[in-house]
Design a protein around this ligand. Structure first.
Ligand code: BF8
Length: 654
């Protein structure tokens, strides 16, 4: 490792480290291939950015007004007088506000699509009828009218209007979904802390307001707003986005297939990767791939049809519902293009990095954006028509066919890395496999399953790419801990083969026994990042069946390689529900950290005196019954989770 974190007991990898340590054999091959082509990727740019600014890493760089930027420390406050605790907390609060804006925009786009179907402006049909009925019952939306059942589309339209209020209302008042579905013990805790939110948009607005120059300078009070915002982030944005997609496109469907870069070698079709977070475009593209007219056009360009692949969270959405092969997550997108196999990259929203463009241009790959919030310089823009998604999809496919014709004979470099995977899980499927809540709880009480961990979020150049996720998952399974996963963590675990039945051999004997009886793989992919709701609902149902609050069960949220602000928000959301969080490296966020003693050996550590860290570790954390742990070494992280579970199991008498 070449780069020492300033003041922290952790190191960042350089390009050579990643090439040596990445679990996927495809990574060094494709990165070197790019170099040979005279192109670069995130690894080169990360090296070029070193050494990173110590103030930025610590969260004590303040750029919230025009007086600075100020580099703040205990003995050197900012020009306005702000000390490090206020700056760290305010920066963190703005990160969570950005996270809420991201998932909130995602939710808004889904609600627009749902409303268009509900009002008969878009074709439908509603595929998640059961979810519509369940939510209608929970929110008091009538399912009958004059003695007959109302069409699911009309009910879904009513639900969309209610959920829009949770996302965006400005006047104080209860949030519908939160009141109907959140665990009562959490609601009581939030009421006690006076952090019940108004709506996601309102709390984002307020977060930006109170972190402005000369606004809320009591960082403890600002921290309470962060909790309020976090609750709104989850119940007004994340849950809404996930459930709206389920209403539109249905729940996950169990499937078995193959994933990874190597699958790009299969088939002779026009090759298209869908990328982003909104399954709307991708679902329409998938449907249009079956249209006879487009198939004929593809054939006349020399292709056998269409081969669709998934990247990032849109990839997880299509994998969950249709078994479409997924390729990789956020830091693999440049490598996927480096294969030269893709005719088109179809982008919707979020986590699409500008680094893709030079590679796509060099390969002749058409890059097509579909949402105005997510344009790329040099890409073709085909605006998504929420009322006629197929029209958008046809235009996109015609651009892909054109690129295929242009690229005939293009050189490909596809590493033969692929893995089998069983996918398409949600809380209902997982519980059914174990014989219901009591079935899973009896495995947990008996000790075959020592606890449940969800591994979520991104990739980061701050740790060896994907290694933290893969090694930590393997260590957890070895310790008898069952893993659910979403987003880019899921891509890493899928490509490592951990979502296949064969990977049960990695598990402790007890976990293996439980998984064999349930006929499940050891890592259960539950979808995209917004579908962390599925893990949450699974845990919530288990806690209710066990008759204990969430924080008494052996549960842990793991963000081993967080990168996006959305990952910070999601960790905070689970924390706000009483679930402890493990972050895989020191973030510029309020977490307790250690640093070497001045003049001492590297392993001679002192705990950093950081009042924000103390507040989250022992102040508010006591009320939330949960804490944030930072541990970059995956083997040690697994040990910390195991120790936490041991304490919880003892307290439960398990
Ligand atoms: O929402 S895991 S890099 S793709 S933010 Fe983005 Fe992170 Fe990947 Fe999906 Ni989630």
């Amino acid at each position: 490792m070449r780069y020492q974190y300033p003041l922290l007991n952790a190191e960042m990898p350089c390009r050579d480290d990643v090439l040596a340590l990445a679990p996927s054999k495809a990574v060094p091959l494709l990165a070197e291939h790019l170099t040979q082509c005279g192109l670069s990727c995130f690894l080169d740019r990360s090296d070029a950015q070193q050494r990173l600014c110590a103030y930025g890493l610590d969260g004590t760089c303040c750029r919230r007004c025009l007086w600075g930027p100020c580099r703040v420390s205990e003995d050197k406050p900012g020009i306005c007088g702000a000390g490090p605790a206020l700056v760290v907390l305010s920066n963190h609060l703005r990160m969570v506000a950005a996270a809420a804006a991201s998932h909130g925009s995602h939710a808004k786009a889904r609600l627009e699509a749902l409303l268009a179907v509900g009002e008969g402006r878009a074709p439908g049909p509603i595929r998640g009828v059961k979810r519509v009925e369940q939510l209608a019952s929970a929110l008091g939306v009538p399912l009958q009218e004059n003695g007959s059942a109302r069409p699911a589309e009309l009910v879904a339209g009513d639900l969309a209007r209610l959920l829009y209020e949770d996302l965006g209302k400005a006047r104080p008042g209860p949030m519908h979904l939160l009141e109907a579905l959140a665990p009562p013990e959490c609601v009581e805790m939030w009421r006690g802390l006076e952090v019940m939110p108004t709506s996601t948009m309102s709390e984002v607005f307020e977060a930006l307001h109170r972190t402005g120059l000369g606004a809320d300078s009591d960082w403890r009070n600002a921290a309470l707003h962060e909790l309020r915002l976090t609750v709104a982030f989850f119940w007004g944005a994340v849950v809404v986005a996930s459930l709206a997609s389920e209403m539109l496109y249905g729940p996950p469907v169990p499937a078995e297939g193959e994933v990874g870069y190597g699958t790009l070698a299969d088939g002779q079709g026009v090759k298209i990767a869908v990328h982003g977070h909104q399954p709307g475009v991708a679902e329409a593209v998938l449907a249009a791939c079956e249209e006879p007219e487009l198939l004929a056009e593809a054939r006349s360009a020399g292709a056998s049809g269409f081969d669709v692949y998934g990247l990032c969270c849109t990839g997880q959405e299509l994998l969950a519902r249709h078994g479409v092969p997924s390729l990789t997550g956020i830091l693999g997108q440049e490598l996927a293009l480096a294969t030269g196999a893709l005719d088109a990259l179809v982008v919707d929203l979020q986590c699409v990095i500008p680094g893709v463009m030079p590679i796509a241009e060099a390969q002749g790959t058409a890059v097509i954006t579909t949402h105005d919030s997510n344009r790329l310089e040099g890409a073709v823009h085909v605006p998504f028509d929420v009322e006629d998604p197929q029209r958008t999809a046809r235009a996109v496919l015609r651009l892909a066919i054109e690129a295929h014709g242009r690229r005939r004979g293009a050189r490909r470099y596809i590493p033969a890395t692929r893995a089998r995977a069983r996918t398409g899980f949600d809380e209902n499927g997982i519980l059914a496999a174990f014989g219901g809540e009591e079935g899973l709880l009896s495995h947990m009480r008996g000790g075959d399953i020592r606890g449940l961990v969800t591994m979520v979020s991104c990739n980061s150049p701050k740790v060896p790419y994907e290694r933290s996720n893969v090694v930590l998952a393997r260590e957890l399974l070895r310790r008898g801990i069952l893993v659910t996963t979403t987003g880019c963590a899921a891509h890493a675990l899928l490509n490592d083969g951990l979502a296949s039945a064969a990977a049960r051999e990695v598990c402790s004997s007890g976990l293996r026994r439980a998984l064999e009886r349930a006929d499940l793989p050891p890592v259960l992919t539950v979808g995209a990042c917004v579908d962390n709701t599925r893990t949450f609902f699974l845990w919530q149902r288990l806690a209710a069946a066990a008759g204990v609050p969430l924080w008494e069960l052996p549960l842990f949220y793991v963000g081993a390689e967080p990168g996006n602000e959305k990952a910070v928000g999601m960790g905070m959301a689970f924390l706000a529900h009483g679930v402890s969080v493990l972050a895989g490296y020191p973030l510029p966020v309020p977490v307790p950290t250690a640093r070497p003693k001045e003049g001492g050996a590297l392993d001679d550590l002192v705990r950093v005196a950081n009042p924000v860290a103390d507040f989250f570790a022992s102040g508010v954390a006591e009320l939330l019954h949960a804490r944030i742990v930072v541990e970059p070494v995956p083997e040690l992280a697994a040990g910390a989770i195991q120790a936490d579970f041991k304490r919880k199991r003892q307290a439960l008498g398990w």
